[in-house]
Design a protein. Structure first.
Length: 255
């Protein structure tokens, strides 16, 4: 069985989600994590998890969606959502995004710290994003002792040394479709222990791709598995089995 550790199915219509889940099943994908990026999309992620046996949810506020200082009301709302259904398995998407035009960095950092606080309170792992902040993010995770609950570094794009830092804290590295085309990431993937790798698609509406067939969806996680198998000298089936076991361990799901 394959798993997609990070998607945004909540941004699609119900009809689109139904089709993508069916195509994912046909590709051998038996577990899909739908992570929210706002309070509203986190609610939709939970609804998707209720509707499909293969879909689970994460709740969180993406750093690019931090529009004001994080409040205790925000914390309480996320906490209520995280406790509202047993298929909420992680806190995220959260993290830091320091690209030009991103929200106030101090707001992002405080939001991230409060997401980690929530994860530790509820004993759920963190699903985090780092863009333009790869040198800052691990410092916050260390400061907040995020290793107590574990985390998944979503859409990892960095080198093996950065992965080693995260793995030393007890975290998992999530690889997506850039693995198919980025030589530097391919070299990093060769060095990262496969016991610490999970796979994802980060599926999100891509209207700029005029041909719907080219738009990324959960079934495409098979392509990532096949590429990782090639790089590691394994079969795609072996990669599927190992990365599935890794994700279930990270999320504390039954084997």
């Amino acid at each position: 069985m394959l798993c997609d550790s990070h998607t945004h199915l909540d941004h699609y219509s119900d009809e689109d989600v139904a089709g993508m889940v069916q195509r994912a099943r046909e590709a051998g994908v038996g577990l899909i994590i739908n992570v929210g990026t706002t309070i509203e999309t986190s609610r939709k992620a939970i609804e998707n998890a209720k509707s499909y046996d293969v879909v689970y949810a994460g709740v969180g506020i993406h750093p690019s969606d931090v529009k004001a200082p994080f409040s205790e009301a925000d914390y309480s709302t996320l906490r209520t959502l995280a406790m509202s259904h047993p298929k909420v398995v992680c806190i995220g998407e959260t993290g830091l995004d320091f690209m030009p035009g991103s929200p106030d960095r101090s707001w992002q950092i405080e939001s991230f710290r409060q997401h980690i606080r929530l994860a530790k309170e509820l004993r759920k792992p963190i699903d985090f994003h780092a863009r333009g902040a790869e040198h800052d993010i691990l410092g916050v995770l260390r400061l907040e002792h995020a290793g107590d609950v574990g985390a998944i570094w979503h859409y990892f794009l960095y080198d093996a040394a950065k992965a080693e830092e995260a793995i030393a804290l007890g975290f998992y590295i999530s690889l997506a479709k850039p693995l198919l085309r980025e030589p530097g990431l391919q070299e990093a993937a060769k060095a990262i222990p496969i016991e610490r790798i999970v796979l994802e698609t980060d599926s999100y509406p891509q209207p700029f791709k005029k041909n719907p067939i080219r738009r990324t969806e959960p079934s495409h996680v098979l392509q990532v598995a096949e590429k990782l198998a090639e790089l590691k000298g394994l079969t795609a089936s072996e990669v599927a089995n190992i990365t599935t076991a890794n994700l279930k361990r990270a999320l504390r799901l039954a084997a």
